[in-house]
Design a binder for this molecule. Structure first.
Ligand SMILES: Cc1cc2nc3c(=O)[nH]c(=O)nc-3n(C[C@H](O)[C@H](O)[C@H](O)COP(=O)(O)OP(=O)(O)OC[C@H]3O[C@@H](n4cnc5c(N)ncnc54)[C@H](O)[C@@H]3O)c2cc1C
Length: 390
């Protein structure tokens, strides 16, 4: 077993770290204030290849392994979350269905655009009455000659107002549950598709999440991803990539918070001593460092398992990484804010922003409760296999 990153990934890590420090973080406060992400920063993200970290080189991506992609995302997570929503989310749920399941012409049309950041991709699964229970979606796809006609309503779709292409999930038959679901690549300019209400979230200014409305939206059958009825499995495949990346995101955000905490407790004096010289604070720092270290190992293992290609192991590891990371970063954000006292809660510092930003990881791409369900079921399966083998 090898615990050091190979040289190429170490170089990548340094390169992205420097880019984030010099070209992204200086914009954080302004994005939070105005909600605008400067075009220069977007151009920098494109130049660095951060819209296509894990997309193969033949379609213009960086062709990194999932481990490499996670190393890059970990660094990206140290800047305002809008950067990750706009570029990183594009790498997984925004483009994976097209990469893996589109017909060659459709894939060749969209994937280079997505990997370069010229086009943003969005993933439209959730509906007002179907989130965790995604097999219950009601958006209908009706066959009509060479076309499907889509009707329905999606919600909370990240980047929808900026997207050029959507991976859309709709059902041929709501009574068929997961087996009736199909996935489609849908051009944002398709008549019958429109953006509904933009939903204001607790955090994440600079990237938008909105409703997506379908009314007699005709999509040629060439845009079907995979086969009819494979849509649910396609969604889960995309979410494996998403959850693996979110695990790494949590590690990056938490390590940024820990840096802030370490600086602060080294400077701030209370009762005649620096905060770091009080044992209660030492223990808090130790708890943060331990939790971060453990979550980083889990995140890297999930990325490695993703690269090995064993589907069951990939899904289980992705859920474990997202669950562990989301829980860890929530606690580290809360402790960091507490260590800063009033200034941590104030808008003068970025701590409260990161505290709000990271809260969502327990909700999107599958909630922590659903991650625990996957982890528990996998644990039972392993237990039963072990007992059968005896
Ligand atoms: C900022 C943001 C961005 C998002 N981006 C996208 C996107 O790009 N595309 C997209 O399709 N969706 C997106 N979503 C939607 C997101 O994936 C859903 O919000 C999430 O899956 C939960 O669904 P829900 O909100 O309907 O909650 P529900 O499914 O109604 O769940 C409510 C609560 O019940 C719990 N619960 C549900 N089932 C169980 C169970 N079996 N056991 C125990 N507890 C359970 C949940 O964990 C949760 O705490 C986004 C959401 C947010 C907040």
């Amino acid at each position: 077993m090898q615990f050091e990153l190979p040289d190429d990934l170490r170089l990548l890590q340094n390169r992205v770290r420097e880019f984030v420090r010099t070209e992204l973080q200086p914009h954080d406060a302004q994005i939070e204030e105005t909600g605008n992400v400067p075009e220069s920063a977007m151009a920098g993200l494109r130049k660095m290849g951060l819209f296509g970290t894990n997309t193969p080189k033949q379609w213009g991506g960086l062709g990194l392994s999932m481990l490499g992609s996670c190393i890059a995302i970990e660094e990206l997570a140290k800047a305002h979350t809008a950067f990750y929503y706009l570029s990183g989310v594009n790498v997984h749920i925004g483009s994976k269905a097209i990469e893996f399941f589109a017909k060659p012409d459709i894939r060749d049309k969209w994937l280079p655009e997505l990997a370069s950041g010229r086009v943003i991709g969005a993933f439209a699964l959730t509906e007002p009455d179907a989130g965790s229970d995604a097999a219950r979606i009601q958006t209908i796809a009706r066959r009509d000659g060479d076309h499907y006609v889509i009707d329905g309503r999606k919600t909370y779709i990240t980047n929808a107002p900026a997207a050029g292409v959507f991976t859309v999930f709709a059902t041929l038959d709501p009574s068929a549950g997961a087996k009736g679901i199909c996935a489609f690549a849908v051009d944002a300019k398709t008549p019958g598709l429109s953006i509904g209400r933009v939903v204001e979230m607790a955090a994440g200014r600079g990237s938008e999440h909105s409703e997506l409305l379908f009314q007699d939206c005709r999509v040629h059958r060439d845009n079907l991803l995979g086969q009819e009825g494979e849509g649910f499995a396609i969604a889960m495949r995309c979410l494996d990539a998403g959850r693996t990346h979110w695990g790494a995101y949590c590690v990056g955000a938490a390590s940024q918070l820990l840096e802030y905490a370490l600086d602060h407790v080294s400077k701030r004096e209370v009762f005649g001593r620096r905060l770091r010289d009080h044992q209660g604070v030492e223990w808090q720092i130790a708890d943060m460092a331990s939790a971060l270290h453990a979550a980083r190992l889990v995140a890297y293992e999930a990325a490695w398992r993703y690269d090995q290609g064993d589907a069951a192991a990939r899904t289980a590891a992705a859920a474990l990484s997202k669950y562990t990371g989301a829980d860890m970063v929530s606690r580290i954000a809360d402790t960091t804010l507490q260590l800063f006292g009033g200034s941590g809660y104030s808008k003068d510092l970025p701590i409260e922003r990161i505290w709000r930003e990271t809260r969502v990881v327990r909700i999107l791409d599958g909630t922590s409760e659903i991650m625990r369900q996957i982890i528990a079921r996998n644990t039972f399966r392993t237990h039963e296999r072990r007992n059968t083998a005896v």
